[in-house]
Design a protein around this ligand. Sequence first.
Ligand code: FAD
Length: 420
Amino acid sequence: MNSILEKANYCASCVTKPCQVGCPFNNDITAFIKDIKNEDYEHAYRVLCQTTVLPAICGRVCPYDKQCQGACVKKVSYDAVRIGELEAFIGDLSIKNNWSIVRNDCPKRWEKVAIVGGGPAGLVCAAFLAINGISSVIYEKHNYLGGILSHGIPEFRLPKDILKKTIDKILDLGVEVKFNQELGRDITLDYLEKEYDAVFLGIGGNISLKMHIPGEDLRGVYGGNEILENNSHPDYHGKTVIVSGGGNVAMDVSRTIKRLGAEHVYVIYRRGEKEMPATKEEIADAKKDGVEFLFQHNILKIDGVTKVKGVEVIKTDLIQKEGESRLSPVNIEGSNYHIPCDYVMMAIGSMVEESVVSGLGLERTPRGKVKIDQEGRTSRENIFAGGDLTNTPGTVAFAGRSGRDAAYAIMEYLDKKNGN
Ligand SMILES: Cc1cc2nc3c(=O)[nH]c(=O)nc-3n(C[C@H](O)[C@H](O)[C@H](O)COP(=O)(O)OP(=O)(O)OC[C@H]3O[C@@H](n4cnc5c(N)ncnc54)[C@H](O)[C@@H]3O)c2cc1C
């Protein structure tokens, strides 16, 4: 099944549309695939525009097996419809043919919204406000937009050109951007509240979690999120690098480092391959790149005096604990051994920038994220939030969806405030 038409025709167009429920954006998947079957590609794009402005991106990076394709009825007995590839096909055509994002037929409004952070959450929020006639200004701390799409996900998974052209389409809606503006350094929430009718916070949470094990402060230990964001790597040639973790960050860090010349890159993960949060494709691609995996291993400490010399690891067993949905790793006593290495990358999870978030005066979740309701409202009525800063699942599509939900909640808030 090679051609796009064959892939589209494989879709059963089921009436119940479980794929739409599985898609965080709730894209009308059967409808846009039906347009592909009829070779009406522009209409397929218009269908997607009702719910998303990131088709060329989500079609490449979404964990579809856990989202839309995971819900496909065909998957029960055969392979799922290749929804990701079909979405990317339409997204790419929209770029190639310069099709504009479809605006709603409504008058331009006078209110203005401040958006902090130009990642998927902020960009999608700005787009859906503009689609509905509301202007916004994005305040971004870097001199580029995209957030993790730009500085986290490597070029070999998401071409920069596709990202740039997707963002350009959003900016073409009339969204303004102020670069090099960091909340907490150059601007305050007080200032934004005075200047704007509402504020959306989408500053993400790209700080690597620590394992809190001995040796973590040694020279040569890095946070996976930071090393990708800052793109400032040591020389890996002839070196051995340990990557701790099993998700997107661990895969992107290990593959990037291997491609930068490391002799050995070992990913150490506490559970088994089946339990890894990274997608099957990402794991297969990492193996193809020469990344080596040590499943059911735990790092106990990092050895060295001032600089990393190695890690002490221990093997684990997996057991089913009561009340836990996933198998839990337990260390196997006496199975410790030492692996010599030059660098250790922490990629076990991410958190929000505490120094910025603690000063916002917003209610937080027990994990320190900004608490929002289903529509992106925070504990203050004029402040909205979404994406990794909040209790939203950490994927591009969920971040985007939260930005879209917040855009509609902002419109509702502005209508109420203006007595409409
Ligand atoms: C390495 C890596 C790979 C990933 N791979 C995938 C994948 O393949 N598929 C998938 O679905 N998800 C993936 N994810 C998760 C996904 O990228 C995130 O969930 C998503 O980007 C969150 O979007 P966001 O807009 O909330 O935050 P971000 O993308 O982090 O964007 C936040 C933006 O805010 C800006 N900012 C931060 N602080 C401030 C401040 N104080 N003032 C102003 N601006 C600020 C940042 O510069 C950035 O532009 C990956 C994550 C990482 C780290």
